[in-house]
Design a protein around this ligand. Structure first.
Ligand code: APR
Length: 251
């Protein structure tokens, strides 16, 4: 049985426009909890309380405490071999864009340049009143919560997309454009259940792109994938990098 890393390496080398689509599973090997897995965040917390406009309105401090906790986990995490390999594939010209549902910024920290963030970024805050946006260099301390706008003093919020909210227009448009151009889409670490993000790989597939699905569990894309890589992203991408002779930083 051929190593899927060899198969995927060949697909990448024979593709003219490959893109990568990622979810929380690509950061799982960095120690960042996913949402729906056995130890997923939505197993322990109620998403409508913590990742929704009405939850924020009811208890902004609780929501900020939850995001500050996630920021601390992310701040102490490092990109894993999957993030680094995807960035190396972009430098080699084999990957044109990374479309991510993640808000952790690990693709950028690993060196990916063309990253489309569909659900915002946990390191950015925005004012609920004047719309001012700014980068948080580190997780806010508890006595700073709930965060206030440095410009007008109103209540600020994490600049991420919550349930029931529209995705950033430009990011969504770019993502569908990339998916329309792709002849190969590598889906990594996502259940694919959240829309409209989950439809982006389907859009590529429907336009004739090959689809690789990297996930240790079956998911929405299992039935339509040309290659199902039933393993964790980090070890798979480590082998893929070796097959393609891509140098990854030694952690
Ligand atoms: N490598 C690859 N995939 C993994 C790994 C791993 N080490 N560990 C878990 N996975 C897979 C799981 O099998 C699952 O299919 O990652 C997927 C994670 O799915 P979700 O937890 O649903 O995360 P995601 O698909 O990113 O959720 C989409 O939902 O809560 C919202 O806005 C949030 O962006 C998020 C969106």
């Amino acid at each position: 049985m051929e190593d899927p890393a060899v198969k995927v390496a060949r697909l990448l080398e024979n593709s003219s426009y490959a893109i990568v689509f990622t979810g929380a599973g690509v950061s799982a090997d960095s120690g960042i909890p996913t949402f729906r897995g056995p130890d997923g965040l939505w197993r322990r917390y109620r998403p409508e309380e913590l990742a929704s406009p009405w939850g924020f309105e009811r208890n902004p401090r609780l929501v900020w405490e939850w995001y500050a906790w996630r920021m601390r986990i992310i701040a102490s995490a490092r990109p894993n071999a999957a993030h680094y390999a995807i960035a190396a594939l972009e430098r080699r010209g084999l990957v044109r864009a990374v479309i991510t549902q993640n808000v952790d910024g690990l693709h950028q920290r690993a060196g990916s340049k063309n990253v489309i963030e569909l659900h915002g970024n946990i390191w950015r805050a925005r004012c609920t009143r004047c719309g001012y946006r700014w980068i948080l260099e580190s997780p806010p301390s508890d006595d700073e919560l709930p965060l206030r706008c440095p410009r007008c003093g109103s209540l600020a919020r994490p600049d991420v997309v919550w349930f029931g909210e529209p995705l950033p227009e430009a990011a969504l448009r770019r993502a569908f454009e990339e998916a329309g151009k792709a002849d190969l889409v590598i889906v990594v670490g996502t259940s694919g259940v959240v829309e409209p993000a989950g439809s982006i790989p389907v859009h590529a597939k429907e336009r004739g792109a090959r689809l690789v699905n990297v996930n240790p569990e079956p998911n929405r894309y299992t039935g339509m994938a040309d290659v199902n890589v039933e393993e964790r992203a980090a070890p798979f991408f480590e082998r893929l990098a070796r097959v393609l002779g891509l140098e990854l930083p030694r952690e």
